[in-house]
Design a protein around this ligand. Sequence first.
Ligand code: CP
Length: 309
Amino acid sequence: MRHLLSIADLDAQAANALLDTADRLEQTLLGRQVRKLPTLRGRTVVTVFYENSTRTRVSFEIAGKWMSADVINVSIGASSVGKGESLRDTALTLAAAGADCVVVRHPASGAAHRLARWLADTGVAVVNAGDGTHEHPTQALLDAQTLRQRLGDLAGRRVAVVGDVLHSRVARSNVLLLTLLGARVVLVAPPTLLPSGVGSWPVEVSHDLDAVLGGVDAVMMLRVQAERMHGGFFPTAREYAVGYGLNQRRLDLLPEHAPVLHPGPMLRGMEIGSTVADSERALVTDQVRNGVHLRMAVLYHLLAGEEAE
Ligand code: CP
């Protein structure tokens, strides 16, 4: 694996290899007081986030440090981006400074692919930590790892992905990965929050959350991405909560074995009620914990070369 830019670049074997490595790393570190492996000693990981993040940035940093890599976080506000430096010049600067891997989040769809092209001659690996409304591959992988731990093999499972699909890179990556692993996906959203091309996606589509919940093995709630809604938000926040929010009444419609996932950050009271978010059915903190092991696996497969393969 040279970069991780899109789930579309993975086949089922490569995806399962990452999930298996993440599980093995979790088992290796379980119960240890000192969570430090020497695997990436001498390698340098640089994170550069042009959009806000808590989970993804922190878990990449922890992942790198637990494998003894040097991890540098570029603060966009304090960097030369503020002086007008382009993404290309920033990328070439990080490569020249000695980065072995650049983890990038950017508001423009396709930014991570561009960065990988600009760095093609440098040997630097690029990880897409979220590009616009396009993809967030490590989120989908940690979601699959979390589902696998709860449900076992995902082949034949039916997963509902609920909410603002239109603006969600998490939804796009999850549709690609879940279908790659043999699961069936049903997207549940108001018509205004579905992409125009959704008819060609390998999914079912519904606008009726109550009708869907009884027939799924898991439900993934999406964050409503107000920052990408420049033309206003329809339905209103209240209509959204009534039609698509996961409240206690709706949780009771889910089969008992079916967990609730949310990538975070959660908008409590709109997408998900607090009693649901804090219930044992919600795997939100498991997702965050798995995100560290999954990102360790990604860095390992990118930077440890043949040893990892
Ligand atoms: N799920 C996710 O990407 O969260 P952050 O924006 O906090 O990284």
